[in-house]
Ligand binder design. Structure first.
Ligand SMILES: *Cc1c(COP(=O)(O)O)cnc(C)c1O
Ligand SMILES: [Zn+2]
Length: 377
């Protein structure tokens, strides 16, 4: 299998993936050129191993050289106490977050092209995931993280042998430091944000939801910072619709932290691009992204499904985290934001009939993206 090339979302210039470009020379963000093959028939699919590689036709790297730890096919369980809602347990991944979906693809790419070094920047989980998968192919990784990152996540990265650079300042300062390092020759910037192969790993979230439910849900609720799960889920359902496997797109509702919500602001304002926002510290560290590089793509995707982006306060997030724990799920605060939005909408609906319709629908799926021990104190 040839590795699909990359194409600029602004000027359509293409790049061979081995060139290690992570941004177009025009400054545009890169996407993957069309490559996905139709899935095999459903009864063939069900005979495959229960990992995300069962959708290998839709993944841009060859399955026979996959760097895999059995990631994917996470359980989809009924949400306790909320009729018609389902929870997908993406924290049950090898490194305990959904980032493994993209990291397994980037590591497989790295194994094939063998750069000298991998660079990542992360609020924690993406770094952890790339560190683990790169360790399996014996490639060195340097990770740039905000100095305030949870100690549990740092311990995890170091355990896999990654070099961790603590950056003073916010998440954007971290991304800038990583971008400098990524400019050197023979470096693969294994960025969950910039490298579009990552999104073609996270899109398996959509394929799994479809296979597990037997259809598309009416609504997908997703946390959104840089939008790597949201854009992946959108891509995945688009492909399923194009193949005629799903009749219509689910409505996508993104959830941001009230203290850092550039995308929710852009939806409210009717803007095509998010504006720079003054961000406040939030317990939802995994989605505190003031300038999402794929912001315009996220807004377009959400709008194309008739969806929206809502915010939740830190108080709502912490209450939702405790509520989930009371039901047996121990997740990090960032992972509680979708539950907070869903519970609030259902409550509003019960009280006044005015809860956000998409969240009160018959079939709604939310993910729990990261395990609680990562940020436990
Ligand atoms: C990365 C992450 C998110 C947000 O993903 P984006 O790609 O920034 O939208 C949400 N929750 C957890 C646990 C994460 O690790
Ligand atoms: Zn370009």
């Amino acid at each position: 299998m040839n590795l699909p090339g990359l194409r600029c979302s602004l000027c359509a210039k293409s790049y061979d993936v081995t060139e290690l470009a992570w941004l177009c020379s025009c400054g545009g963000i890169l996407d993957v050129e069309p490559f996905a093959q139709p899935l095999p028939l459903r009864n063939t699919l069900t005979q495959r191993a229960p990992t995300l590689w069962r959708y290998c036709e839709a993944v841009p790297v060859p399955e026979d050289s996959s760097v895999s730890m059995g990631e994917g096919m996470t359980p989809l369980v009924p949400a306790p106490g909320l009729r018609g809602a389902w929870i997908k347990l993406d924290f049950l991944m090898p490194t305990l977050s959904f980032k493994d979906r993209g990291a397994t693809v980037l590591a497989t790419l790295a194994k094939t092209i063998r750069p000298e070094l991998l660079i990542v920047d992360s609020s924690g989980n993406a770094g952890t995931a790339v560190a683990a998968y790169a360790a399996r192919v014996d490639l060195p990784v340097e990770i740039y993280v905000p100095a305030a990152t949870s100690p549990g996540k740092l311990a995890q990265m170091r355990a896999h042998g990654a070099t961790v650079h603590l950056v003073d300042g916010n998440r954007e300062d971290t991304a800038d430091a990583a971008a400098d390092a990524a400019g050197k020759p023979d470096v693969l910037y294994a960025s969950h944000v910039y490298h579009p192969y990552f999104l073609h790993g996270t899109k398996t979230y959509a394929y799994e939801v479809w296979e597990q439910l037997g259809e598309a849900p009416r609504t997908l609720v997703l946390p959104v910072g840089n939008g790597t799960l949201l854009l992946g889920a959108y891509l995945g359902f688009r492909e399923l619709v194009d193949q005629g496997l799903v009749r219509s797109m689910p409505t996508i509702v993104g959830v941001q932290a009230a203290g850092c919500a550039p995308l929710a602001g852009a939806i409210d304002g009717g803007w095509r691009e998010p504006q720079r926002v003054q961000s406040e510290p939030t317990v939802a560290e995994g989605i505190a992204i003031a300038t999402p590089a794929r912001g315009a793509q996220i807004l377009a995707a959400v709008r194309a499904t008739g969806g929206t982006i809502v915010t939740v306060t830190d108080a709502e997030t912490m209450a939702a985290k405790a509520d989930l724990a009371a039901r047996g799920f121990f997740v990090e605060p960032t992972s509680a934001v979708c539950w907070a939005a869903l519970v609030r909408a259902r409550g509003d609906h019960a009280r006044s009939g005015r809860g956000l319709t998409a969240l009160c629908a018959e079939s709604v799926v939310i993910p729990l993206c990261g395990a609680g021990l990562k940020s436990a104190q």
